[in-house]
Design a protein. Structure first.
Length: 178
C-alpha cells in the first residue's frame, strides 16, 4: 500500500481538542513507523519548535473522552503519561525534528488531509449560510410554498374507496366490484 492511499486513514485520526484539529502522538508515531516514546523524546529535545498552538498535552478528561468516543479504547492503552496532540503546524514541524524521508512523506500526506478537512469545513459553512438564506426567503413566500407542499401531498395520497361503476351491469356483477 502506498502512502498516497492513507489519506482517508489519516483524516480519521484527526480529532478536535480545545477547538484545534489535532493528531495524537501515538497515531503519528504509527504513521512514521517509530515508537511513541522516540517521537516524544525528539519533540522534547526540540521543545522550542513546538509553541502551545503547535502542540498541547491532553488532560485526563480530554484523554478519557477521546478513548470513549474512539470505539477502540485499547488502541492507546498502557500509557504512563498523557498524550501530546499536534496541530497542523506542529505536524509540519515534526518533519524537521524526525529528519527521515518517511517523516517528510507522511507529513505531506497529513498536511493534505488537514487541507481537505479545512475545505470541507468551509463548504459546510457556505451550505449552512445558504440554508439560512432559504429559510429567510421561506418566511416571505410561506403561503406559496405551503400550497405547493399541499398539492404534492395530495398527489402522493393513496386513492380513496373505489367508486361505484356507472352503466350497464351484467347479472354476475355486484356493486362496482369487478
Amino acid at each position: 500500500m502506498t502512502l498516497a492511499l492513507h489519506g482517508e486513514a489519516i483524516e480519521a485520526r484527526i480529532v478536535v481538542v480545545r477547538g484545534y484539529r489535532v493528531m495524537l502522538d501515538a497515531d503519528l508515531a504509527a504513521l512514521y513507523h517509530v515508537e511513541t516514546k522516540a517521537l516524544v523524546r525528539a519533540v522534547k529535545r526540540n521543545a522550542a519548535r513546538f509553541p502551545p498552538d503547535f502542540m498541547l498535552r491532553l488532560s485526563e478528561d480530554e484523554f478519557r473522552n477521546l478513548r470513549c468516543h474512539s470505539g477502540t479504547s485499547s488502541s492507546w492503552g498502557g500509557r504512563r503519561h498523557l498524550p501530546f496532540a499536534f496541530s497542523e503546524q506542529g505536524v509540519a514541524m515534526l518533519s524537521s525534528v524526525l529528519k527521515s524521508q518517511r517523516a517528510v512523506q507522511v507529513n505531506i500526506e497529513i498536511v493534505r488531509a488537514f487541507v481537505r478537512l479545512r475545505g470541507l469545513a468551509v463548504a459546510h459553512e457556505d451550505l449552512s449560510r445558504r440554508v439560512d438564506d432559504l429559510e429567510k426567503r421561506h418566511d416571505r413566500h410561506d403561503r406559496q410554498i405551503k400550497a405547493i407542499f399541499d398539492a404534492i401531498r395530495a398527489l402522493m395520497a393513496p386513492p380513496g374507496a373505489p367508486r361505484r361503476r356507472i352503466g350497464f351491469r351484467n347479472n354476475g356483477e355486484s356493486n362496482g366490484a369487478r
